[in-house]
Design a protein around this ligand. Structure first.
Ligand SMILES: [Zn+2]
Length: 241
């Protein structure tokens, strides 16, 4: 294949632009913010689970507390009733003994209920602290998600702006390159290879390998508009004018 040395030099510019585009794409994909964001989002989910667990437990305990309050209230009103019966007239000795016996039982019952109430309220308090803690963790994680998202968006916007500039440069080069030379270059790139490299000293700019002396003198002897390929990587090897 033949190509004007100026066109070959432009191909090198294209290879540089493509390398830069590759670096930009790699950078965009491997931003540390992606990992940081995933971790912060996981922390939000974990904290949310802990909030739900604590809320559920708090709800159960609040129901227990309400039930115990009703029970204690029931005991108190029976105590009141028994006391007023006992202090009233028309109670015989046997009834008085029975009432007193019931009052003793009620007093014990009330003691048990109040103890249970105390225990549950202590647990409820601990769950309340747990809930506050989980909600605080969730808020911290949510703030981090917002902060990292903002940081990532800024970096991505910068990278995208750089890419837009390189895309434009690429378009301009592609428009002026000979079709066959460009096709050869793109064919190599489609294979995942670097399409072109400059020959500097005795090294290929694409694969960076030192080239064989015989091969070098062979291509140096060829006319300037002959398109050479690196014998190591196959890239279009552009000789300096
Ligand atoms: Zn090479």
């Amino acid at each position: 294949m033949k190509a004007d040395p100026t066109a070959q030099a432009k191909l090198l510019q294209l290879a540089e632009v493509d390398a830069e585009l590759g670096r930009l794409a790699h950078r965009r994909k491997t931003l540390p913010e992606h990992q940081q964001l995933a971790e912060a989002e996981q922390r939000v989910r974990d904290a949310q689970d802990a909030v739900v667990r604590a809320e559920t437990r708090a709800g159960d305990l609040d129901r227990d507390i309400a039930r115990l309050e009703r029970d204690v209230e029931g005991v108190r009103s029976r105590v009141e009733r028994d006391r007023s019966l006992l202090s009233g007239s028309g109670v015989n000795a046997k009834q008085a003994t029975e009432l007193q016996h019931e009052l003793d039982t009620l007093a014990r019952r009330q003691g048990v209920l109040e103890e249970e109430q105390l225990e549950i309220m202590e647990e409820r308090e601990a769950v309340g602290v747990e809930l506050d803690h989980a909600a605080g963790e969730r808020k911290t994680a949510e703030d981090e998600v917002a902060e990292v998202t903002g940081r990532r968006d800024t970096v991505v916007a910068d990278l995208d702006a750089s890419r837009t500039g390189r895309d434009r440069a690429r378009g301009e080069l592609v428009a002026v390159l000979p079709a066959d030379l460009l096709a050869d270059y793109e064919r190599l790139r489609a294979r995942g290879q670097v399409g072109a490299g400059a020959l500097s000293e005795s090294r290929c700019g694409a694969c960076r390998l030192e080239l064989d002396r015989t091969f070098l003198s062979q291509i140096r002897g060829k006319p300037a508009d002959d398109v050479a390929h690196c014998e190591e990587c196959g890239a279009i090897l552009v000789r300096a004018k």
